[in-house]
Write a protein that binds this ligand. Sequence first.
Ligand code: G3P
Ligand code: CA
Length: 267
Amino acid sequence: AVQQPVPLPSEPFLVIAHRGASAYAPAHTFPSYELAIEMGAHYIELDLHRTKDGKLVVLHNDSIELNGHEVEIDEISSDVLSAFKPAEEFNQPTNEYASQKFASLRVPSLEQVLREFGDQTNYYIEIKSPDRYPGIERQLIDQLSDHHLLDRDDPLPKVIIQSFSSDSLKEVHALSPGTPLIQLYSFKKKAKLSPAKLKKVSRYASGIGVNASVVTEHLVNTVHESGLAIHPFTVNEIEQLSSLISMGIDGVFTDKPDLIITSLNQH
Ligand code: G3P
Ligand code: CA
């Protein structure tokens, strides 16, 4: 029989630094993660892809623009990817946090992130587009295991894995039943999540992540009644945070961990 998922602790309210403290530094770069950790976020969020030569790399999109061409991550080698400068999008003249000090940053590999931050933080890792990357689940679990990050709660789980793909999460659950998983959803107007549906999710996942705009008190209660936690994304405004907290959510993804933590401390 497949093991039941581990429940996430109900305390503390989780602050998940979305792509790092990505309001203040380019997403998925060391400065963005460093800031998030300094600010006191419980987790740094990583979006995962895989290059043609099989390296797990941390960036948001399936593709990047290189020399005027859009290229898919799974069609380029990690060497080619290393020419890409993630700060270019961030360093716009209108961005008050733009800085030349970011200009030389490169897309980190998962290995580099784990080596750099080790035990200093916890990792909330999204498997993006798993259909494009056969075997990514095993590869990720093996890499996390090499770093002794699995099956460790001190006091929070060192690693949480998230995906929009239920197949990918079920695969991870089979490989590493002690790792808490988050099923992601995005809805335009209304969340279509029945108790029956959530019950099925609770067989492999410990919680759901969903776009904040569709979260209601009713949804939060239904999710909790299925034994799942709920982490809305992406919350960067105090008013929205307060309203979601009053509905009973368990944590948030945010680009501004400092703002969220200051506000939580005032509650
Ligand atoms: O992983 C939760 C949230 O980050 C999903 O949206 O596009 O920011 O990865 P995205
Ligand atoms: Ca994500």
